[in-house]
Design a binder for this molecule. Structure first.
Ligand SMILES: NC(=O)c1ccc[n+]([C@@H]2O[C@H](COP(=O)([O-])OP(=O)(O)OC[C@H]3O[C@@H](n4cnc5c(N)ncnc54)[C@H](OP(=O)(O)O)[C@@H]3O)[C@@H](O)[C@H]2O)c1
Length: 244
């Protein structure tokens, strides 16, 4: 894809991977809008990247997704790229007693929201030049980490949906792309949990260069290995990651 001259909406773009993608789209000459729930993080992002546009939005709420599209169509009628990046990760024990409404949030944010947003935005995107939908999944889509069982399942679902979406939209101008991060040093799941991950800037430089070169599904380091792995290699990774 061409990284320049786009108008890009990045969900969850005020921090971590989304912010790094925003910076690179801006640097290449695109207009970028980021949304998220925390207004203070959006303001912080705007200070970091002057010219960044922001919108408070909770993508877990269906009505807020519809309102986001309506707002974008008014304020940025030339929006041509949707990046489904917002995500949460919860490390839980499934046998523990926990309210379903709490557990369900991960499904709403990581699966329902990107699927709904993608389908909501199709009619708008297909009328724009160089349209694209970019979904951010995870290496855990290919090899689940039992410590984050719902999270891993949500990313597998989003990876599968991305492939189907690409096939369904093949006859339209909309490109469907997937970024498959490995562990990246961000605040995902809470500060300090991913400090062992790869630096976010190295990761973002690599995946954006590969998207610019025309690749449709891009990983980095271990996620590049796992997205290309055989079933035997996946089984070995799952066993090693889950201490068996
Ligand atoms: N870091 C990793 O190791 C890693 C690995 C694989 C995949 N990923 C994926 O990369 C994506 C970005 O994560 P990250 O690592 O950059 O973590 P992050 O810094 O925590 O970013 C997640 C962003 O999503 C936003 N968000 C969460 N729930 C939201 C909601 N209901 N509505 C709107 N925005 C919401 C957060 O903002 P608010 O809290 O203000 O809403 C935050 O800005 C996620 O999809 C994650 O699953 C990350």
């Amino acid at each position: 894809m061409n990284l320049a001259e786009n108008t890009v909406l990045i969900t969850g773009g005020a921090s971590g991977i989304g912010l790094a993608l925003a910076e690179r789209f801006q640097r290449a000459g695109s207009t970028v809008i980021v949304c998220g729930r925390r207004e203070d993080k959006l303001l912080e992002a705007q200070q970091h990247l002057p010219g960044l546009h922001t919108r408070v939005c909770d993508v877990a709420v269906a009505a807020e997704r519809v309102a986001l599209l309506e707002w974008v169509q008014q304020a940025f009628p030339r929006l041509n790229v949707l990046v489904n990046n917002a995500g949460v990760q919860r490390r839980i024990q499934l046998a523990d007693d926990e309210a379903w409404e709490v557990r369900r949030q991960e499904l709403l944010i990581n699966v329902e929201a990107p699927i709904h947003l993608a389908t909501l935005f199709i009619p708008h995107l297909r009328e724009q030049p160089n349209p694209a939908i970019i979904n951010v999944t995870s290496g855990l889509a290919f090899a689940p980490m039992a410590l984050a069982p719902i999270y891993s399942a949500t990313k597998a679902a989003l990876h599968s949906f991305t492939i189907s979406l690409r096939h369904q939209l093949a006859a339209t101008p909309i490109q469907v792309l997937e970024i498959v991060p490995p562990a990246v040093n961000t605040d995902l799941g809470g500060a300090g949990l991913h400090t062992w991950g790869v630096p976010v800037n190295d990761f973002a430089d690599s995946v954006m260069a590969r998207l610019a070169a025309g690749e449709q599904e891009v990983g980095y380091g271990t996620s590049e290995e796992i997205r290309r792995a055989s079933r035997e290699q996946i089984d070995a990774r799952v066993a090693a990651m889950n201490n068996r």
